[in-house]
Design a protein around this ligand. Structure first.
Ligand code: PLP
Length: 362
């Protein structure tokens, strides 16, 4: 969405401010979009995770079951609160948490389960919720930083568990023009706790009932998110179309494709494929003017800051994925012609690397 097209919507919402709180109206619109009873807008996706876990009263020594194949924020927020991440490996075809391994990791100290809806596809939340319920209603936090707008069995990401946390960083499906994020819940007490923690733990002005942070989402970013929500359904549809077309055009090209389960969709925060000799493929694409990225080059249990939380040989699918994943250009504004250029360049590269004679027309 261009700055020009967003301007009139933003100006009209800013005109109503401060009579109408933009934080309130954006929260209401976002909650309605997901179906959750409450939305608490916050300064970033990282802040959303931190505040959500503070609202659950996470304490030093508590354990949170999560995946090592994610962005650092998922795990750093756990560690910042003195808690311990307990890593469960991913499914090799979706790169989401392997639910079949969760139950074995539950201990009396487990205080939350935090699946990540990686690349824009939700993990098997019904199964995770069922496991959590069997073990004394352990809270489930969906790290939905990459999946805002995704559906799972007819319901929206962020409204599938105790708490859902998303990010509005510009590269995310619903991106603002700076930093922003939101927490979703249908639990009234948790929503109130998140609201208070977001403003230094205040239950009333200068009454600091609990320890909090300065975690508000900036008013301008609230206005931008509100404006962008107007065409978000169109953007989601466009992302789904582009994702499906990438899948069709790349079938048989030699790259591995991410699986999307039939009971959910993927909003393709990144269009990520699997390749061998990734550095070589990336260099060849770069030469042809095609940018790529890697989400993520190392699982977190191989990062110095988090290595002590898991043995290096554990979570083998996360290790393999980290060596092979490569993200291609993806945004709702990617044109069909640009997508074709990406696919042709990748097809040529894979063909040549397989030892076949160079294709003409380069
Ligand atoms: C899975 C995941 N969790 C959390 C975050 C943190 O979001 P933010 O950058 O808005 O703090 C990100 C951002 O990339 C993410 O991808």
């Amino acid at each position: 969405m261009t700055a020009m097209s967003i301007r009139p919507v933003m100006i009209s919402s800013l005109r109503t401010w401060p009579k109408v709180s933009l934080s309130k109206s954006s929260s209401e619109a976002l909650a309605a979009f997901t179906g959750a009873r409450h939305c608490v807008t916050v300064a970033s996706g990282t802040e959303a995770l931190l505040i959500a876990m503070m609202a659950l009263d996470l304490k030093p020594g508590d354990e949170v079951i999560t995946t090592p194949f994610t962005f650092a924020a998922t795990v750093e927020t756990i560690v910042l609160l003195g808690a311990r991440p307990v890593f469960v490996d991913i499914e090799p075809d979706t790169c989401n948490l392997d639910v079949t391994q969760v139950e074995a990791k539950i201990t009396p100290r487990t205080r939350a389960i935090m699946p990540v809806s990686l690349y824009g596809q939700v993990a098997d939340m019904d199964e995770i919720n069922a496991i959590a319920a069997r073990h004394g209603n352990i809270p489930v936090i969906e790290d939905a930083a990459q999946s805002f707008g995704a559906s799972y069995k007819g319901r929206r990401s962020c409204n599938l568990s105790t708490l859902g946390c998303t990010s509005f960083f510009p590269s995310k499906p619903l991106g603002c023009y700076g930093d922003g994020g939101a927490i979703f819940t249908s639990d009234d007490a948790l929503a109130q706790a998140c609201r208070e923690i977001r403003v230094h733990g205040q239950s009333a002005r200068y009454t600091h009932t609990r320890v909090g942070v300065g975690g508000r989402m900036d008013t301008l970013q609230c206005a931008i998110v509100l404006a962008k929500l107007e065409r978000f359904e169109w953007e989601l549809q466009r992302r789904r179309e582009l994702g499906a077309r990438y899948g069709e055009l790349l079938a048989g090209s030699g790259v591995g494709l991410l699986a999307v389960r039939p009971d959910r969709d993927c909003v393709w925060a990144q269009y990520t494929v699997f390749v061998d000799d990734r550095a070589g493929v990336q260099a060849a694409l770069q030469e042809q003017g095609i940018p790529t990225a890697v989400h993520y080059p190392k699982p977190l249990h191989h990062q110095p800051a988090y290595a002590q939380h898991c043995c290096p040989d554990c979570c083998e699918h996360s290790v393999t994925a980290a060596a092979r994943v490569m993200s291609l250009p993806m945004s709702a504004d990617l044109s069909d012609a640009d997508q074709r250029r990406v696919v042709e360049a990748l097809g040529r590269t894979m063909h040549e690397r397989a030892g076949a004679p160079a294709l003409t027309g380069r």
